[in-house]
Design a protein around this ligand. Structure first.
Ligand code: FMN
Length: 385
């Protein structure tokens, strides 16, 4: 493992490692987008449209990549995006991401569709774990879950609003990676070709439990039955601004909304009491022809200039993080590369991924003549021709 990690020199390497370790249906589940997957490319192109403009003969011998957000100092402007079903890719993956985040002093946003419980995340990373809520069709469950997040002592709640329906992920359909799950000859072959993953999967007893949802299922319900319940209760397509108002009344901590892309929606969320926004298009996994979050960032920043903004979707390099900062983001979260890292190399892999991003940001700051991440501005940026 240590040998492997020394040879990982950027985030792309984790993708290649995960591709080797995971059966195709599992790798495709992580990598895939919706429909024609145009959004995946566009999320990358949005970053490539910008060039950095360096200044020289500035003392950059002491540099600072840290950021303060919601009353806490983080070592780098990087966080782990919420990703469901992580335990399928490596048993205990949610806990590994939480521990790596704590070790590296960055936020870990536990998915509302995680395998391990929010109480576990709170125990493992009390200062660094945040929780992402998928509202359900059952208000009693919604309120109960919020109470659990509060009782666990988590301080930041993120409501994801961009899953109004389950999206069209054609890779999953072609691979037979859909519910109800059936073992086909081609899936069996993929499993045989990836024996280390298959052994882990079998050792943990097949599909891992969605522990946050277990209490709402019948006593003794299997992992499959709990996943079915989650599938029946979500997505809550009837959510409205009133839902957000209700959550705001119930939740005393910091409240963020993830997935808004229109500046007017951003303004409305802040008016209703949101403390921050995660500007995201779900990593192009929902609406394939959606605008890229980076494209909308300047308008959203102009609409809510006092509100902390976190960007995700498509970031793969420290220079991407710097570009996002110049356009108004305070921090950038990372999805797929973190899942590839945990799937291929566990907690040390996630730690390594975060370290790589921090080192890349640090190097770009020096090259730009800007010693502090917080001092980056639109002055450091020009549009590409
Ligand atoms: C495997 C996987 C599962 C995801 N599950 C969730 C989820 O449960 N909740 C959520 O808000 N977003 C979820 N997302 C979206 C991520 O939080 C994030 O917005 C996206 O991955 C960022 O784009 P990137 O992968 O290009 O970094 C998921 C993404 C992936 C890849």
């Amino acid at each position: 493992m240590a040998q492997d990690l020394d040879s990982v020199i950027n985030l792309h390497d984790f993708e290649a490692m995960a591709r080797r370790r995971l059966p195709r249906m599992a790798f495709d589940f992580i990598q895939g987008g919706a429909d024609d997957e145009l959004g995946l490319r566009q999320n990358r192109q949005a970053f490539e449209r910008w060039r950095l403009l360096p200044r020289f003969l500035v003392d950059v011998s002491q540099r600072d990549t840290s950021v303060s957000l919601f009353g806490q100092r983080y070592s780098a402007p990087v966080g782990i995006s919420p990703m469901g079903l992580a335990g399928l890719f490596r048993p205990g993956a949610d806990a590994m991401m939480a521990q790596a985040a704590r070790e590296q002093q960055v936020p870990y946003l536990m998915s509302g569709a995680s395998n391990e419980s929010l109480e576990t995340a709170a125990r493992l990373a009390p200062e660094h774990a945040w929780f992402q809520l998928y509202r359900t069709l059952d208000d009693k469950i919604n309120d109960h879950l919020l109470g659990r997040v509060r009782d666990a002592g988590l301080r930041v709640l993120v409501v994801t609003v961009d899953v109004t329906v389950n999206s069209n992920r054609e890779r999953n359909r072609r691979n037979g990676f859909v519910r109800p799950f059936r073992l086909s000859p081609s899936i069996l072959l993929q499993c045989l070709l990836h024996p280390r993953w298959t052994l882990d999967y079998l050792r943990q007893g097949g599909h891992p439990m969605m522990q946050n949802w277990q209490p709402y299922a019948a006593p003794g319900a299997s992992a499959d039955q709990v996943a079915d319940l989650f599938g029946q209760l979500t997505p809550a397509s009837n959510s409205t601004w009133k839902t957000l108002e209700h959550i705001r009344r119930q939740w005393p901590g910091k409240l963020l909304v993830k997935g808004l892309l229109h500046p007017d929606d951003a303004r409305q969320a802040v008016t209703l009491g949101a403390d921050g926004l995660i500007v995201s298009n779900h990593g192009a996994r929902q609406l394939d022809r959606s605008v890229s979050p980076l494209e909308m960032l300047p308008e959203i920043h102009a609409a809510v200039p006092q509100t902390p903004l976190i960007l995700d979707s498509g970031m793969r390099r420290g220079s991407d993080i710097v570009i996002a900062r110049c356009l108004g983001a305070h921090m950038v979260f990372c999805g797929r590369p973190m899942m590839y890292a945990v799937a291929s190399a566990g907690q040390p892999g996630v730690s390594r991924a975060i370290t790589l991003l921090r080192l890349e940001v640090d190097k770009v700051l020096a090259q730009l003549g800007c010693a502090r991440f917080d001092d980056l501005s639109a002055e450091h940026l020009r549009p590409a021709n």
